[in-house]
Ligand binder design. Structure first.
Ligand code: ZN
Length: 145
């Protein structure tokens, strides 16, 4: 299997079997809702931040395979992370999505499946939507302290 097919497979796996998908009805969670009008993607994320650490998170929404799989991927990457580290990971993801060189050891594994998205500019917003929602939630959570 060549690397492009492998990456496509990773994206389809997260699309079909999303991790941490669900709705939270709990006011202690920070809730962020974002949409991407160009593609029709809608995402809502919930974050539980305690002592500067993302203790729990969920995402829900509808959208294309890139958007939904990326929401799942972001959740896997960010859960249980200190918010400082989470923001570094999110920014590194944006750098990768733009097709710019990334540092070593910040992003690895399945998340690299999105590194060719910059070849499809129309999909960049799809890939980053959930990450932007989590970022917004983290910044809100940090500023509450
Ligand atoms: Zn999309």
């Amino acid at each position: 299997m060549d690397i492009r097919n492998l990456y496509r497979q990773v994206i389809m796996d997260h699309y079909k079997n999303p991790q941490y998908k669900g709705i939270i009805n709990d006011d202690t969670y920070i809730k962020v809702h974002l949409n991407n009008p160009t593609c029709g993607d809608i995402v809502t994320v919930w974050l539980l931040i305690e002592d500067g650490i993302i203790r729990d998170l969920r995402h829900d929404g509808i959208g294309c395979s890139i958007c939904c799989s990326s929401a799942s991927m972001a959740s896997v990457m960010l859960i249980n992370k200190p918010i400082k580290d989470a923001l570094v990971i999110i920014n590194e993801f944006y750098t990768m999505i733009k097709g710019e060189p990334i540092g070593k050891n910040i992003l690895d594994g399945e998340v690299l499946a999105y590194q060719n998205i910059h070849n499809y500019p129309a999909r960049i917003k799809c890939a980053t939507l959930a990450w932007k929602a989590y970022e917004k939630g983290i910044v809100e959570g940090r500023n509450e302290k």
